[in-house]
Design a protein. Structure first.
Length: 236
């Protein structure tokens, strides 16, 4: 439903979208990524199921937008942004196939905080997601049948995180869990200006299937049955 509402809004603003948008699609194996300069990345499809509503990035509270972009073959894209005070940001998305997606974020001439905002609708459903912060920049989010692992690696780990319902503002209180909601989560990294060098970090994500509770029950029943049969054979 959220994507239908967003599509309607884009139709109403089609002039602006066509002026600013630089849409891209990259694919590797069973995984497809789509985005544009207006809304960053809005599709993360694995085996035909889209698990993402929006993932976007903010430098000192200002959304990164209107980049120049370069396709990296068919499996990646490089987005280059100009920030305030002649700082720059480079965001590179690479698909690894089999549900894997990695992003490297590099900042030059930038001092301040850099935020990530993630709104995943696991299993193409906005309701009843569960999420948990595991520490050290690592999140997991799940819904029936699927598990997302999302984690920051590199020298810069988050100084603050938040998990909140869709539409609620982050207050960066390091809330570690929120259950059964349309969930968003975010990270805040305090970035140093490395005397003209590049500072940054990477994000790695994977979507993987998890057994349904009924499947686990049937599997457990089957194992119990096999164990019982083995015991009967041993008694004979």
């Amino acid at each position: 439903m959220k994507k239908l509402l967003m599509a309607a809004a884009m139709v109403l603003a089609v002039g602006l979208v066509q002026a600013n948008a630089a849409p891209f699609t990259v694919t590797s194996g069973n995984t497809t990524l789509q985005g544009d300069s207006a809304s960053n990345v809005f599709t993360y499809r694995v085996n035909g199921v889209d698990h993402l509503f929006d993932e976007s990035y903010y430098a000192n509270g200002v959304a990164l937008s209107t980049p120049t972009f370069t396709l990296l073959g068919t499996v990646g894209v490089q987005l280059d942004y100009v920030l305030a005070d002649q700082a720059t940001a480079r965001v590179v998305h690479i698909l690894a196939g089999t549900g894997g997606w990695s992003t490297s974020i590099g900042l030059t001439g930038f001092t301040g905080y850099f935020d990530t905002y993630s709104d995943y609708d696991i299993g193409q459903s906005a309701a009843n997601d569960s999420a948990q912060y595991l520490g050290n920049g690592q999140f997991r989010q799940w819904d029936t049948g699927y598990l997302l692992t999302w984690g920051i690696t590199g020298a810069s780990l988050p100084t603050a995180i938040d998990i909140a319902p869709y539409g609620a503002a982050f207050n960066w209180d390091n809330n570690a869990s929120l259950l059964n909601a349309d969930i968003t989560f975010g990270t805040r990294n305090q970035m140093p200006n490395l005397a003209g060098g590049m500072s940054g970090f990477s994000i790695d994500r994977t979507i993987s299937p998890v057994p349904e509770p009924t499947s686990m029950l049937l599997l457990g029943s089957g194992l119990v049955g096999l164990a019982g049969a083995a015991r009967r054979r041993m008694k004979k």
